[in-house]
Design a protein around this ligand. Structure first.
Ligand SMILES: NC(=O)c1ccc[n+]([C@@H]2O[C@H](COP(=O)([O-])OP(=O)(O)OC[C@H]3O[C@@H](n4cnc5c(N)ncnc54)[C@H](OP(=O)(O)O)[C@@H]3O)[C@@H](O)[C@H]2O)c1
Length: 255
């Protein structure tokens, strides 16, 4: 009889989770470590990355920190190389870090467009170029790309961000097809509204307006919590996800 450990366990796997110093990425890093993976946590701040790794270690997990700004050209490839130098070959890549600039198309500046393209798209291409051939050589790999419901139903206030998320998923699909016979699968986890620092300014500026917004944003009438993304991420990162590739799991509270 197969145990939960046989199906979902990540013992012996090494996982890099980008943007895992807080929010959804931090919850996923802790979850993957809890399932047995050696995780590399990452963000722009060295102190925050060290604190996130220390927090996982204090819970009995294996974790190493890396700080690197993914808006810098070539940082994606460097991040894979640095993570592998620290932890060994990366079996699981969670593409989670992203830049989001709220602006309607009419107000979108060239710099803001470039920033979102760099962090969300160019660094994803860099990371996939580096990691996919190596995973394929070892005949096992998982890429979990954190998308957004905006890739499916884009809001005008985040036009550029939504477009990068749609493009990111398109690359996940093409590479899922490219690597389909190598033991490497790539999928997208698309969250709806989640209560993280990303939404804190809006929430704190107008708590009543935020509560009203949350009550109508989805069928459940509430924002999700980062921990509610963890089970799906473990599934997509595990042996259980051996016959699913190029797909999107939507965790939105109902749309
Ligand atoms: N929150 C939502 O409602 C929501 C909804 C749909 C999709 N998502 C997606 O879910 C993912 C996580 O969102 P979140 O709300 O948890 O984000 P968050 O709270 O804003 O955290 C962002 C994380 O990404 C890192 N990061 C940001 N810019 C970076 C850069 N240039 N280079 C490297 N790391 C960078 C941050 O590291 P530092 O702290 O070190 O800067 C931090 O660890 C994102 O892909 C987001 O698009 C979120």
């Amino acid at each position: 009889m197969a145990t939960l450990q046989d199906i979902f366990g990540l013992k012996g796997r090494r996982a890099l989770i980008t943007g895992s110093t807080r929010g959804i990425g931090a919850a996923i890093a802790e979850g993957l470590a809890g399932a047995g993976a050696h995780v590399v946590v990452h963000g722009t701040s060295e102190n925050a990355a060290m604190a996130a790794a220390e927090s996982i270690r204090s819970l009995g997990g294996l974790a190493d920190p890396i700080a690197l700004d993914l808006s810098v050209p070539g940082a994606g490839k460097r991040l894979i190389d640095d993570a592998e130098a620290l932890a060994g070959p990366i079996d699981i890549l969670v593409v989670n870090a992203s830049a989001q600039v709220n602006a309607h198309l009419a107000d979108l500046t060239a710099d803001d467009l470039e920033f979102q393209l760099s962090v969300n798209l160019k660094s994803t291409v860099d990371m996939l170029q580096a990691v996919l051939p190596r995973m394929a050589e070892r005949r096992w790999g998982r890429v979990v790309s954190i998308g957004s419901i905006n890739q499916i139903s884009p809001k005008p206030i985040v036009t550029a961000y939504a477009a990068t998320k749609a493009a990111q998923h398109n690359i996940i699909q093409s590479q899922a097809r490219e690597y389909a016979q190598t033991g490497v699968v790539l999928n997208t986890l698309a969250p709806g509204l989640i209560d993280t620092d990303r939404n804190a300014a809006r929430k704190n500026a107008d708590p009543k307006g935020w509560a009203d917004y949350c009550s109508t944003v989805n069928w459940m009438g509430r924002a999700g919590q980062s921990r509610e993304m963890v089970g799906a991420a473990i599934f997509l990162a595990s042996d259980a996800c051996s016959f699913m590739t190029g797909e999107t799991l939507v965790l939105s509270g109902g749309l």
